[in-house]
Design a protein around this ligand. Structure first.
Ligand code: NAP
Ligand code: G4F
Length: 327
C-alpha cells in the first residue's frame, strides 16, 4: 500500500486526511514541529496509526531528512500559519511558513526525488483567500487572484511555485484551491467554531456573550471531512492539475450566527452578540463563493454535508463537550 507524508498533522485537515488514508490502508507519517508539541498527545491518542516525524517548514534540512526517511508516494502539504487575522500581526512569519515553506517542501521532494516509475506526488493546500477582492463571481480555477492579507499573499506564492515546479521539473504537483471548510475539529480562533462553542456555553449558562467583528462578510462554507476526499482524488489522477473545491453556496457570518443559536433553541440571539472593532481586519474579504464544476466532473467529487447540517453538527458537538466538562 502507498505511504503518505502529511504536514500539518495536528491541524483540522491533517487529522481528517489521516483518517481517510488510514481507511484506505495507507502507511501514514505526520510531520510535527517543536520540541514538546502540546498536540502530540491528541494525535497519538486519536490517530495511533500515524507515525510522527520531526520537521519544520522553516527548516529545509529537516524536510529533506523527513522525505528521505519516509520515502513517501504522496506528500500532502497542509502545514501553514492558517489564521488570516494573525497573518496581519505576524506577516513575516506567515510569508516564511505559509509561502516559502511550500518552496522548501518542493525542494526537499526534488532533491530526494522518487523513482521515475514511482514519482513522489505533491498536494498543496491553496486557498480561496487568494481570490480576496474577487474579480468575478463565482470563483473558478481561471479567476485572477487579488489577495487581501499577508496570508493570502503567501498562499498565492505557494500556489504559483507549485505550478512552477510542475512545469519546470515535471513534478506531479497539484494545488487544491479550497474554500472555507469547518468541523468539530476546527480551531477555536476561527469564526465558525468560536460561534458554536460560545452558543453551547451560553446555552449551558457558562458564558453570557459572544463578541465578534464583521457579521456581513460571506463565505462558502463546507465540511472538512468532504474536502479531504478531494485532496486524495487529485493525486489519483493520471495528470497533475489544480482544482477549486467549494459548495457553490454562500452565507454571511450573521446567518451562521442565527443558525447556530437556532440549533441550540435560543431565539433572541441578538441579546447575546456584541460587536468589537478589535476583531475587524485591516482589509476584509467580503464575499467568497466557488464553482467546483471541474472537481465534480473530472474527480467525481461531491460534497455530502449541507450548510444547515454543518452548523447543527458543530453545535451538537460543542454542547456535548461543554456538558461533559460540567459532570
Ligand atoms: P490548521 O488547523 O490551522 O493547521 C495548521 C497546521 O500547520 C498545524 O498542524 C500546525 O502545527 C502546522 N504548522 C504551522 N506552522 C508550521 C511549521 N512551521 N512547520 C510545520 N508545521 C507547521 O489548518 P487547517 O484548517 O487544517 O488547514 C490546512 C491547510 O489548508 C492550511 O495550509 C490552510 O492554510 C489551508 N486551507 C484551509 C482552509 C480551511 O477552511 N480550513 C481553506 C483553504 C486552505 P502546530 O499544531 O504544531 O502549530
Ligand atoms: O473564520 P475566519 O477567521 O476564516 P477566514 O478568514 O475566511 O479564513 C479561513 O478560510 C480560508 C479559506 O477561504 C483559509 F484559507 C484560512 O486558512 C482560514 O481557514 O473568518 C471568517 C470571516 C471573516 O470575514 C472575519 O472577518 O468571519 C469574520 N469574523 C467576524 N468576527 C471573524 C470574527 N473571524 C474570526 N476569526 N473571529 C471573529 O470574532
Amino acid at each position: 500500500m502507498p505511504t503518505a507524508l502529511i504536514t500539518g498533522i495536528t491541524g483540522q485537515d491533517g487529522r481528517f486526511l489521516a483518517d481517510l488514508l488510514h481507511s484506505k490502508g495507507y502507511t501514514i507519517y505526520g510531520l510535527m514541529k517543536g520540541q514538546n508539541n502540546p498536540k502530540l498527545e491528541l494525535v497519538q491518542r486519536e490517530h495511533p496509526y500515524v507515525e510522527i516525524v520531526e520537521g519544520d517548514l522553516c527548516d529545509l534540512s529537516s524536510l529533506i531528512s523527513a522525505v528521505s526517511r519516509v520515502q513517501p508516494d504522496e506528500v500532502y502539504n497542509l502545514a501553514a500559519i492558517s489564521f488570516v487575522a494573525m497573518s496581519f500581526n505576524q506577516a513575516e512569519l506567515t510569508a516564511n511558513v505559509t509561502g516559502t515553506g511550500v518552496l522548501r517542501m518542493l525542494e526537499a521532494i526534488r532533491i530526494v526525488g522518487g523513482s521515475q516509475d514511482n514519482p513522489m506526488k505533491f498536494y498543496q493546500a491553496s486557498s480561496s483567500e487568494m481570490f480576496g477582492k474577487v474579480r468575478e463571481t463565482p470563483q473558478t480555477e481561471a479567476t485572477p487572484f487579488y489577495p487581501r492579507s499577508p496570508y493570502g499573499c503567501a498562499k498565492v506564492f505557494g500556489h504559483d511555485i507549485t505550478v512552477n515546479y510542475r512545469e519546470s521539473y515535471g513534478l506531479f504537483a497539484c494545488s487544491g484551491i479550497l474554500f472555507n471548510h469547518e468541523s468539530e475539529r476546527r480551531g477555536l480562533e476561527f469564526v465558525t467554531r468560536k460561534i458554536t462553542n460560545a452558543v453551547a456555553r451560553i446555552k449551558l449558562g457558562l458564558q453570557d456573550e459572544l463578541v465578534l467583528g464583521n457579521l456581513d462578510s460571506k463565505r462558502d462554507w463546507g465540511y472538512a471531512g468532504d474536502y479531504v476526499k478531494a485532496m486524495w482524488m487529485m493525486l489519483q489522477q493520471p495528470e497533475p492539475d489544480d482544482y477549486v473545491v467549494a459548495t457553490g453556496e454562500t452565507y454571511s457570518v450573521r446567518e451562521f450566527v442565527e443558525r447556530a443559536f437556532a440549533a441550540a433553541e435560543i431565539d433572541d440571539w441578538e441579546r447575546y452578540v456584541r460587536l468589537d472593532p478589535k476583531f475587524l481586519r485591516p482589509a476584509e474579504v467580503d464575499l467568497l463563493v466557488g464553482d467546483a464544476t471541474k472537481a465534480e466532473t473530472v474527480l467525481g467529487w461531491k460534497r455530502e454535508v449541507s450548510f444547515p447540517e454543518l452548523v447543527e453538527r458543530m453545535v451538537r458537538h460543542d454542547l456535548a463537550v461543554e456538558s461533559a466538562k460540567l459532570s
